[in-house]
Design a protein around this ligand. Structure first.
Ligand code: RTP
Ligand code: MG
Length: 137
């Protein structure tokens, strides 16, 4: 199968709680290759571009405050069926219904602070890698 890429971001609560190492380990042990990674801050403008489909929704201000509240750990991962497998490892958006064994199911209890982001489609991967790492070849 052709290797594909996905974009993953450990959100500020995950970085603050010291979960980066465990999250990277989970992806590496599953078979993903870490292509690029960095710790950085997300400003309001980047939050609005990254979550552009959610701008104007009732939860957006809270989401923007959260994502800009501290450092995030952004990474590009490569592997088979990267988007779908990474999303299945991350688990449901609302940790209250995320299965144990998924990242949100093991580390989060609230949809407000759900530890991690993963791209939801190949188009999102391209857009988000462009936003966080610049154009990739
Ligand atoms: P993400 O983009 O962060 O990976 O999360 P997702 O695909 O699982 O969920 P999405 O629908 O894209 O929502 C983005 C983030 O917005 C917050 N949210 N809050 N209060 C709410 O009803 C609500 N809905 C979404 C979550 O932090 C979610 O991860
Ligand atoms: Mg999403």
């Amino acid at each position: 199968m052709e290797k594909t890429r996905t974009f993953i971001m450990v959100k500020p609560d995950g970085v603050h709680r010291g979960l980066v190492g465990d999250i990277v380990r989970r992806f590496e042990h599953r078979g993903f290759r870490l292509v690029e990674a960095k710790i950085m801050r997300v400003d309001r403008a980047l939050a609005e571009r990254h979550y552009s489909q959610h701008v104007g929704k009732p939860f957006f201000d809270e989401l923007a405050d959260y994502i800009t509240s501290g450092s995030v750990f952004a990474m590009i991962l490569e592997g088979d069926n990267a988007v779908a497998i990474a999303r299945s490892m991350i688990g449901a958006t609302n940790p209250a219904v995320a299965t144990s064994g998924t990242i949100r199911g093991d580390y989060a209890t609230s949809v407000e602070f759900n530890v991690i982001h993963g791209s939801d489609s190949p188009e999102s991967v391209e857009r988000e890698i462009g936003l966080f790492f610049g154009t990739q070849d």
